[in-house]
Design a protein around this ligand. Structure first.
Ligand SMILES: C[S@@+](CC[C@H](N)C(=O)[O-])C[C@H]1O[C@@H](n2cnc3c(N)ncnc32)[C@H](O)[C@@H]1O
Length: 259
């Protein structure tokens, strides 16, 4: 039996899943965590961010509109969770075809139940996309990138499925650049948010949250990885003092070998 299969998943003291990035089972355990947490996820997120997550998604689409140079006819949301960003994309571009995907079955099921304008839902791993090259004008993801095992591979996949001139939008929690804001942010994110998680019966997911940010590269490194993946123009505007960053990257032409 492979070592990855034999290893018991890490759990928090309350028995909830607690993924460990250093383990070969990391991706499986991330999926298990979001499956366990799916029914509580949206409410937890609204409470933990004091409702700001809704505002951040909305503003990110405004930043996208200032950045993009081509119309949005087909959009793909990755790690869609319950579908909040995908629905915001449908509202903003009502004529576009929007596909929302996640690799956690429970999240996709809840997304399909949800109200509001419906995107099409399906299952997909954000690092191995089951879509043809050059099939989208926009690839979005909110609060997903921190959970990815292989960010360079994911970026290369996003560029592959984008048409040249299409845009990848990655909204993610980030390290605030100003020390005073960073101190306040860490006091809240590292200490208060895990307590909120415990009150939701989900100690593992909320312990994992600050760890996942520590494993995520800084803005400059993310921009460098996007360039290496074939994005030819990129920006990283911040929101709320840098507590979140919207990475916007325009896809260049496909590499010569895949033409
Ligand atoms: C923090 S939630 C964000 C959900 C949603 N995007 C939002 O704005 O609320 C992260 C989501 O990413 C999904 N996810 C994590 N890694 C993934 C991967 N490799 N492929 C697809 N989905 C992934 C999880 O299942 C989860 O639903």
């Amino acid at each position: 039996m492979a070592v990855a299969e034999a290893r018991a998943p890490r759990t928090a003291p309350d028995g909830s899943p607690y993924p460990d990035r250093s383990q070969p089972t990391f991706e499986r355990d991330v999926r298990r965590m979001f499956g366990f947490f799916a029914r509580r996820y949206e409410r937890f997120n609204h409470v933990a961010t004091l409702g700001n997550d809704v505002l951040w998604r909305f503003r990110a689409l405004g930043q996208l509109d200032r950045f993009r140079r081509r119309p949005i006819e087909r959009a793909l949301d990755l790690g869609c969770g319950t579908g909040e960003l995908a629905r915001a994309v449908v509202r903003r571009y009502p004529a576009a075809r929007v596909i929302a995907t996640d690799f956690t079955r429970e999240m996709v099921a809840i997304g399909r139940e949800g109200g509001g304008p419906p995107p099409e839902f399906g299952r997909a791993d954000a690092q191995r996309l089951p879509f043809a090259s050059g099939s989208f004008d926009l690839v979005t993801n909110a609060f997903v990138a921190r959970n990815l095992h292989d960010l360079p591979r994911a970026f290369a996949e996003w560029r592959r499925v984008l048409r040249p001139g299409g845009v990848a939008l990655t909204l993610e929690i980030s390290e605030p650049p100003r020390p005073a804001v960073a101190r306040f942010f860490h006091a809240y994110f590292d200490r208060v948010v895990p307590l909120v998680g415990r009150s939701f019966g989900s100690e593992g997911p909320s312990r994992y949250l600050p760890e996942s940010l520590r494993g995520f590269p800084g803005r400059g490194r993310v921009l460098a990885l996007l360039a290496e993946a074939g994005f030819t123009r990129a920006e990283a505007p911040i929101q709320s003092g840098g507590v979140v960053t919207t990475f916007l990257a325009e896809a260049g032409p496909p590499p010569a070998r895949s033409r």
